[in-house]
Design a protein around this ligand. Structure first.
Ligand SMILES: *Cc1c(COP(=O)(O)O)cnc(C)c1O
Length: 717
């Protein structure tokens, strides 16, 4: 084995590293790809598969000699092999039962890396982080999703500030994707509808130790219409939506079968995949001769469901016509008529006026369900209490597991070096445990501030470059471009706001009182500046208007050069923002942010959150580890709520955030501010961490479900 490894060429080793996304969360390996050709690596969206296409073996060999890369490549490859082969993992010890059959984790989007844009926002990034932590922990888990060959979209902002969407085509062979084949050729999954079958091929992506399978309908077996079925994430109409969800759920289970994988647990990440258990029930009836009711009961005891949506309108609903067309053939084999099938997606099965709701189906098809923060658990129990009319609301069987982020993905390497020094030796493998972070208190304030300042300066350079590129593309005058090259002040309090431009997130809350904002911006002694970024869903006119409003502000005095909006928010841009800001602003309309995760990424890098007490922040804020907007109460009148939150946002900024940031000691250090940074890292780093989250899923959800326990969890951690 050792000998064989040694015989691999540099090109072969790097090709193997590029074929597994593990490289993207190992900073040393990422650095090797960067050192080959920094400029091209950036231009290619950090896609090493494409980079290696430009470096055939001879050229790569020469480049490796120039840059003295040989020993780094050998070392990286050895670490990779050790990572894949290690058997002494958390999962092997704490979730051994999954050795009998893995968890199949279904999600409509996966946000793993900027080169694979099959995510729209937090839900996808969460799924990506879940896979990465499951890999690090050695949990037996397999991902199932769809391959969108036009992805989400590339955002451009035109000279009117209006969002334009572009859909460049992704090609499987420009990515670390492999077509799954057997001796007869590509494995094809088939799902019947009343109007013919949908076919899909299966693409495989290696995410560390985890296999992710993505279904793709762009194959000759399909009609031209169905070839485009998986083209875009959240594109098309209701019919597209149900066909995508049919493929994800039913097609996903069929894909597992074709691959010879028998999962022990099915995890539905959001309701999009809720058709999956129906196909498992069909298998049980066919293979084991069980009647429908028994098969349902058995299947549900092995299914777990995570809901992410606290708004009733956010849940997918389909009418009887669409259900019959798409679920009809499956219903026939289950022995259900249309009324019976519709009943599975209705709160009241007898109520013919009710549409078919995917969340209702998911809740009926599982025995363990959870929301994604403590507050969201409360909201979800209330929202779905009508499904269990005989129970009091506290007894509704929906618990919560609060979201977390994958530390290696979001952590700046400079911060990692600091952690390596002040935290216990193997902190990286145990970052989901509280005691590991205690010794962070011993960090010297000056050092932490220096690292933060370096990261902040890097962000400012990046933001200027992005703004200059935008301006050039819009054909702006030289003087405008020149202004942009020097705008943004490294001394100013830098506040970031980046996320999807869904109206409930209220990117425009800070614009409610422009005179006030102008005064903040124009203060020469205590300057403040803002960076915004985010995409609006292509069909969301209101979201686009908010974006336009911010864009217009960036052109006006006194905001010009102090308020900036960056184009085309992505995982890569997100990383730069969360690593460099002083303050991360989050002001959703409570309680509509089920969890939120971007602020958790900020914590790890030393930024402070200034947030409405919603989602994760409602349970994270302790009075000294960041800032709170509002008092955690909500008003039923939305306008009134917005006005109150807006006023409180101004109050917090002027009375708490700005004075604390500019209060300096003789060495120009903001001691009180730095204390808050330290406290945030120490109290929050371990909790809002994807390792902790995946361990909670394993302990409270996967292991009980794998044992077939029908426990209903009301109060999870
Ligand atoms: C983390 C992340 C999100 C989620 O942000 P929220 O503030 O939780 O909505 C969305 N998009 C990208 C690219 C992210 O990295």
């Amino acid at each position: 084995m050792e000998e064989k490894v040694a015989q691999l060429s540099i090109h072969q080793k790097l090709s193997k590293l590029a074929a597994n996304l593990w490289w993207s969360w190992d900073p040393e390996v990422t650095e090797v790809f960067r050192l080959i050709d920094r400029q091209r690596f950036d231009e290619l969206n950090h896609n090493p598969v494409l980079l290696l296409k430009e470096y055939p073996p001879d050229r790569l060999e020469q480049r490796a000699r120039e840059a003295v890369l040989h020993s780094r490549v050998h070392w990286a490859y050895r670490r990779f092999s050790e990572y894949l082969e290690s058997s002494t993992t958390w999962g092997a010890t704490h979730a051994a039962i999954l050795g009998q059959g893995p968890v199949a984790y279904f999600s409509a989007e996966f946000g793993l890396h900027e080169s694979l844009p099959i995510y729209s926002g937090g839900l996808g990034v969460l799924a990506g982080d879940h896979l990465k932590s499951a890999s690090d922990l050695g949990l037996q888990l397999i991902g199932i999703g769809l391959f969108y060959h036009e992805g989400y979209f590339v955002q451009a902002i035109d000279s009117h500030g209006w969002q334009q969407e572009e859909y460049p085509r992704l090609s499987a062979d420009a990515l670390p994707l492999k077509v799954v084949e057997n001796s007869a050729g590509p494995v094809i999954v088939r799902v019947d509808t009343r109007n013919g079958a949908i076919h899909a091929r299966i693409l495989h992506l290696a995410v560390g130790r985890i296999d992710l399978y993505l279904l793709d309908t762009d194959i000759p077996q399909n009609t031209p219409e169905d070839r485009k079925l998986t083209a875009r994430l959240y594109g098309g109409d209701q019919r597209t939506r149900i066909r995508q969800e049919l493929l994800l759920g039913v097609g996903g289970v069929r894909a597992l079968k074709a691959l010879g994988i028998t999962p022990n647990v099915i995890h539905m990440n959001e309701g999009h995949s809720a058709f999956a258990p129906l196909e498992v029930i069909r298998e049980r009836m066919q293979d084991d001769g069980l009647p429908f009711d028994r098969a349902l009961k058995d299947t549900a005891s092995r299914c777990v469901f995570t809901t992410h949506t606290p708004v009733p309108a956010g849940h997918d609903r389909f009418d009887a016509g669409l259900i019959d067309e798409h679920l009809g053939p499956l219903a026939d084999t289950l022995g259900l008529n249309l009324h019976g099938m519709m009943g599975l997606g209705r709160v009241d099965p007898q109520h013919d006026g009710e549409t078919f709701c995917m969340t209702v189906l998911a809740l009926k098809m599982c025995r363990i369900a959870n929301g994604v923060s403590s507050l969201h658990g409360v909201v979800s129990r209330d929202m779905w209490s009508s499904l269990w009319p005989w129970r009091s609301v506290e007894e509704i069987p929906i618990g919560h597991i609060t979201n977390g982020v994958h530390v290696p993905t979001w952590l700046a390497s400079q911060m990692r070096v600091l952690y390596d020094r002040v935290l216990p030796e193997n902190w990286f493998q145990r970052s989901g445990q509280a005691e590991v972070w205690r010794s962070f208190e011993s960090t010297t304030p000056g050092e932490l501030w220096e690292i933060h300042s370096t990261l902040k300066n890097r962000l400012i350079v990046y933001a200027r470059e992005n703004a200059v590129d935008q301006a050039r593309r819009r054909g702006e005058s030289d003087s405008v471009v020149r202004d942009l090259e020097t705008m943004f002040d490294p001394r100013a309090l830098t506040i970031g706001f980046a996320r999807r431009f869904a109206p409930y997130k209220r990117a425009d809350l800070i614009l409610k009182d422009l005179d006030f904002l102008a005064r903040l911006i124009a203060d020469v002694d205590r300057p403040v500046q803002f960076i915004f970024a985010g995409k609006a869903h292509p069909a969301d006119e209101r979201g686009k208007q908010i974006l336009q409003q911010i864009y217009r502000l960036t052109r006006e005095e006194p905001f010009r050069g102090r308020v900036l909006i960056l184009e085309n928010y992505s995982i890569d841009m997100g990383r730069k923002l969360v690593q460099g800001v002083d303050v991360w602003l989050n002001n959703p309309r409570r309680p509509l942010e089920a969890s939120g995760t971007s602020g958790q990424k900020v914590v790890l890098n030393g930024g402070l959150n200034c947030s409405v007490l919603d989602g994760w922040w409602a349970e994270a804020y302790d009075g000294k580890n960041g800032f709170a907007i509002g008092n955690g109460r909500t008003h039923s009148n939305q306008d009134l709520q917005d006005a109150r939150d807006g006023a409180d946002l101004y109050r917090v900024l002027t009375e708490e955030v700005i004075p604390l940031f500019f209060e300096r000691d003789r060495d120009d250090l903001p001691q009180q501010w730095i204390s808050r940074m330290k406290r945030a890292i120490r109290t929050l780093g371990w909790r809002f961490n994807a390792d902790r989250m995946v361990m909670d899923y394993a302990t409270h959800s996967y292991v009980p479900a794998a044992g077939g326990l029908s426990c209903s969890i009301v109060s999870m951690p």
